[in-house]
Design a protein around this ligand. Structure first.
Ligand code: ADP
Ligand code: 5GP
Length: 193
């Protein structure tokens, strides 16, 4: 992407269960000029998810075609055989609306996007109070099998070690405080130009 066409972007990453979706939804309903960047994924829709709203749900073959065609800014195999990627077309769609893309991506994806957008990006890492609390939240959320929960918890420890690659780290212990803190960071970033 040509630098002159590059917009500012907001990146939010976290180990699964830290409260990223909760904080992303808070930001999207707080009146900021943000728009959720809808990623493409090869995983199947869950629960009430709608194609084009949470994700563009595509097959693994379609995903590979898009990789080859250079349609992604970044992509990752976040979980075995589950591909996720940020589409260039999505950033263009949001920028045309005059809004700022909000990327909800895994920790590696967040670091990759920060490397690409540099100062044009605010990269926020949502930190769980502890790995034990993270596991307890995933169990309580009730959306994943025991195996999947264990896989996510194992991954969390290595992801936590990457937190210092982000511009800001928010510890999500008390949700109200975490919501206020993220608002302050986003407001400062958006008003700083
Ligand atoms: P992620 O998107 O990071 O996987 P979620 O936003 O789905 O995480 O949060 C995981 C679970 O923890 C959800 O059930 C959510 O309601 C709950 N949760 C989020 N923040 C807190 C918090 N500060 N204290 C307790 N529970 C929380
Ligand atoms: P889920 O399957 O729970 O919706 O998402 C699994 C993980 O993939 C989450 O951490 C989510 O943020 C991440 N993710 C979603 N879209 C993308 C993307 O486009 N790129 C990357 N790298 N990760 C993504």
């Amino acid at each position: 992407m040509n630098k002159s066409h590059r917009s500012r972007v907001l990146i939010i990453s976290a180990p699964s269960g830290a409260g990223k979706s909760t904080l992303v939804n808070h930001l999207l309903t707080s009146g900021f000029p943000l728009a959720f960047s809808v990623s493409a994924t090869s995983r199947k829709p869950r629960g009430n998810e709608v194609n084009g709203r949470e994700y563009y749900f595509i097959t693994s073959a379609e995903f590979r075609k898009k990789i080859e065609a250079g349609e992604f800014i970044e992509w990752e195999e976040v979980y075995e055989d589950h591909y996720y990627g940020t589409l260039k077309s999505e950033v263009e769609r949001i920028t045309k609306l005059g809004k700022i893309p909000l990327f909800d991506v895994d920790v590696k994806g967040g670091i990759n996007l920060k490397t690409i957008f540099k100062k044009d990006a605010l990269a926020i890492f949502i930190m769980p109070p502890s790995v034990e609390e993270l596991k307890a939240r995933l169990i309580k959320r009730g959306t994943d099998s025991v195996d999947k929960i264990n896989m996510r918890v194992e991954k969390a420890s290595s992801e936590i070690r990457l937190a210092d690659r982000f511009d800001k780290v928010i510890v999500n212990d008390d949700l109200d405080r975490a919501c206020s803190e993220i608002e302050v960071f986003v407001k400062a970033f958006l008003s700083n130009r």
